[in-house]
Design a protein around this ligand. Structure first.
Ligand code: FES
Ligand code: FES
Length: 183
């Protein structure tokens, strides 16, 4: 068993400890929001947050994550209200959607350690590949999200899919879901 806290839940993975974290998240824990792009550590589609730092999940083994705290896109917010998520929509910084979870996680980790990044800092941190050329919009979105994190601004939230209302962008808060085992 490999014990990893995922999105605030203590999970025990009964699989080869050498399995990449990305596989464990997607195929064992059924957290498919984290995407498999290149598998080589290049694209960033698999980015999750491990102990507060953005990490490529395809490049980490489960064993390397033993006892650590992993946050995936599913755990970033329960209602898509994280400022990065709302700002990405507001600035139309999403094209394919496949690379987006990794970009959001990388940006969220950046803003958690630096709530006022300049353009150069953002470009240096967000190394995720995007073939669509959304990077100028990404910079605007991340700076807009940063203003929300600093509580200097708000975002007129996008409607939820299915017309279920609007969720305002909120500064992130700690989570404490119950513990449980992965079968
Ligand atoms: S799938 Fe991990 S960096 Fe591309
Ligand atoms: S938005 Fe996903 S590759 Fe460009």
């Amino acid at each position: 068993m490999t014990g990893v806290t995922v999105n605030g839940r203590a999970l025990a993975f009964d699989v080869d400890p050498g399995m990449p974290l990305l596989w464990a998240l997607r195929d064992v824990a059924n957290l498919t929001g984290t995407k498999y792009g290149c598998g080589n550590g290049d694209c960033g589609a698999c980015t999750v947050i491990v102990d507060g730092a953005a990490q490529r999940a395809c490049q980490l083994t489960l064993a390397a994550c033993e006892g650590r705290a992993v946050t995936t896109i599913e755990g970033l917010s329960r209602d898509r209200s994280h400022p990065v998520q709302q700002a990405m929509v507001a600035e139309q910084a999403i094209q394919c959607g496949f690379c987006t979870p990794g970009i959001v996680m990388n940006a969220a980790a950046l803003l958690a350690r630096n709530a006022n990044p300049d353009e150069a800092t953002i470009k240096a941190a967000i190394t995720n590949l995007c073939r669509c050329g959304v990077h100028p919009r990404l910079v605007r979105a991340i700076q807009r999200a940063a203003a929300v994190v600093r509580r200097e601004s708000t975002i007129d939230a996008a409607p939820m899919p299915g017309g279920a209302g609007r969720i305002p962008a909120l500064a992130p808060a700690p989570q404490s879901p119950p513990s449980g085992d992965v079968p």
